[in-house]
Design a binder for this molecule. Structure first.
Ligand code: PMP
Length: 408
């Protein structure tokens, strides 16, 4: 496999070329959001400079052009996750809205008292709270799959929790807090045997792993453009046609209707049934450039680069006295979560920032997961395609100094 030309890649990302607190920026907060290549930034500007227009109903050239570019992104996304058709791709505000959409349309229509929804201990709040809200309303029951000390799903416990009462399995593909990659293929197969529908939270997996929704056979996949080098405020809901068709609309308004009268309204075809109002046109158009950026590098090369960084970082950090890893699963995306003995994660984060190193600290929107480990939070360094071993060396030498404060 070709290794990546990281210097060339870095040149595409203007934000990386700056100093923070007098030090070259080391951006290790990629699980929170990735940086944007010039092609994405330029596409945003070009849309407003050249094509700005509302889509889908204009008779004029600009509207036509904007509509075509907008729909081109849908087609690119269809190929990106191997959906069967463009209309299975719905644009939302992000993973959070995609999950809420499924919970409040599919969930409200099909779940009743006593049904069960299965999630795991390592879910992001976005894949917990919408289901809790649905349970409150419908009388369904939320069940939680336990994890072991390494941060892996305990598969036998998962199988024990599955029954014909399980109507939805909603599971994170890769954990934002630990990096664990869950065995989703096997989990989907097991859930399907009980007739459950499966929603995958792909917020952290779509940028690192090959995703083929037909091969996985998931019913829904949710992800956010901003974690894939694309703009903020934009997400995707993939759903199987037969499910999207029987789900009621999420919001009412323009675009999502076929005909409106005061007596009766009929709804549009999918995907438009779920895209009420003027969508996030500029960001959708620019997102295509992010997909092209990933496709050009290739997911295998990206994963290989990130895996090498992860191994390198874990090996070096593990040598440090006081370093406590959190989440040591065998199969991980490029996330290192850790604590320093005797120190608050936030203090570690602030000290790293003083050296120009951007990491995330806290509960990472996974409070139940932190409770499972008896922690308030962790320090999280997450790597992307533009990161280098030299940057990891910089972080490691900073962590050595920080750890010495309490670990002589
Ligand atoms: N799930 C996971 C695993 C995430 O990492 C995130 C973002 N941190 C979300 C859901 C929510 O994504 P967004 O805030 O983009 O809607």
């Amino acid at each position: 496999m070709m290794s990546l030309n990281v210097e060339k890649i870095r040149a595409e990302f203007p934000v990386l070329h700056q100093e923070v607190n007098g030090k070259p920026l080391v951006y290790f907060d990629n699980a929170a959001t990735t940086q944007k290549p010039k092609s994405v930034i330029d596409a945003l500007g070009n849309y407003y400079k050249l094509d700005n227009s509302n889509i889908h109903r204009g008779a004029h050239t600009l509207a036509d052009r904007a509509t075509r570019y907008f729909e081109d992104t849908r087609t690119a996304l269809k190929a990106f996750i191997n959906a069967k058709e463009d209309s299975e791709i719905i644009f939302t505000k992000g993973t959070t809205e995609s999950i809420n959409l499924v919970a409040s349309t599919f969930g409200r229509k099909f779940l009743k008292q006593g049904d069960e929804i299965l999630i795991s201990t390592m879910e992001h709040h976005a894949n917990i709270v919408p289901w809790q809200m649905l349970c409150e309303e419908s009388g369904a029951v939320l069940k939680v799959i336990p994890i072991d000390e390494s941060g892996e799903i305990i598969f036998e416990e998962f199988e024990k929790l599955l029954s014909e009462k399980t109507k939805i399995l909603a599971i994170v593909h890769a954990s934002n807090a630990l990096g664990t990659i869950n065995p989703v293929k096997e989990m989907i197969q097991a859930a399907k045997k009980q007739g459950a529908k499966v929603l995958l939270d792909g917020a952290q997996s779509t940028s690192h792993l090959h995703i083929d929704v037909q091969e996985l056979d998931c019913d829904f996949l949710c992800f956010s453009a901003h974690k894939l080098f694309g703009p903020t405020g934009l997400g995707v809901l993939y759903g199987k046609r037969e499910l999207l068709e029987v789900m009621p609309p999420y919001q009412g308004g323009g675009e999502m209707i076929k005909e409106v009268s005061f007596d009766k309204t009929t709804y549009n075809e999918i995907p438009f049934k779920f895209e009420a109002g003027t969508p996030n046109i500029a960001d959708v158009i620019a997102f295509k450039k992010a997909i092209e950026f990933i496709n050009t590098l290739g997911k295998d090369a990206i994963k290989q680069h990130e895996d090498a960084l992860l191994d390198y970082a874990v090996n070096a950090l593990s040598e440090i006295k006081g370093f406590i890893p959190v989440g040591t699963a065998r199969d991980k995306v490029s996330v290192v979560s850790f604590n320093i003995n005797g120190m608050h994660p936030f203090d570690v984060g602030v000290m790293l920032d003083a050296n120009g190193i951007a990491v995330r600290t806290g509960h990472h929107c996974t409070q139940p997961l932190m409770q499972r480990f008896g922690l308030e939070g962790t320090v999280r360094a997450s790597f992307s395609v533009y990161n280098t071993q030299t940057e990891i060396d910089q972080m490691v030498s900073s962590v050595i100094k920080i750890a010495k404060i309490k670990n002589k």
